[in-house]
Design a protein around this ligand. Sequence first.
Ligand code: F6R
Length: 257
Amino acid sequence: MRLRIVDDYEALSALAAQLVADLVRVKPEATIVAPTGETPQGFYAALARLHSQGAFDASRLRVFQLDEYVGVAPNDPRSFSSWIQRTLLDPLGVDDTRAVRLRGDAADLVAACRDYDEALRAAGGNDIVVLGLGRDGHLGFNEPPADATAPTRVVQLSAETRATLARYWERQDTVPSQALTCGMTNILAARNKLLLVSGEHKREILRRVMTGPVTPETPGAYLRESAGVTVIADVAAWPWPHPPSVAETTIPPHWRA
Ligand code: F6R
């Protein structure tokens, strides 16, 4: 696991965009699994800026959305599908035929998950998954308990997660109670995993992810046992004293539980 502890959200966003742009430059046909939420917004903006400066070609990129609400159509502005459209696909000019949606409005949700996994396999697997971190340790919508083998599936959103999402809905009781999520298996199989963590409110869960027991109760902790993981955290989210001039490091043994 690589750690990059940066000063603030802006630096986190710029570094994440730089890493993804570098990867796409080397592999223009890369598959990227993309999250929504607050954390990656600066990253998407920074990536769009790099793209508009000609830093990389996005025309052959394949974009998979990480998760989606059940019962919400892709053209609903609150859907994660339209979120990804606005923040990633449109700014980078990625053609619709190169985007794979998780269809939360499908009549057969099991088939929708199967189609998604099949499309990921057909694309040659996942080059990079970008992840935010839920306050309960979820990755995508792999709510605890979720172990490393959890498949792409329908999940029940926890009360805590729904409360966090309420700001995007009129009222808390209108937040969908179920979602589709890319499974832990696919997330952990990605060749590169980029976990973005920002803000003091993520400090406790980041501590658990980095040093707590690796169990289904903290899905994010499975990243510690996985290859190709980079964590970018800002100092507000980093639970330990900020080592001076840390640009890159690995977890010191004494931080382990
Ligand atoms: C969203 C997603 C979630 C979020 C997580 C953190 O597509 O997959 O796992 O990344 O809930 O959300 P924010 O960034 O809003 O704190």
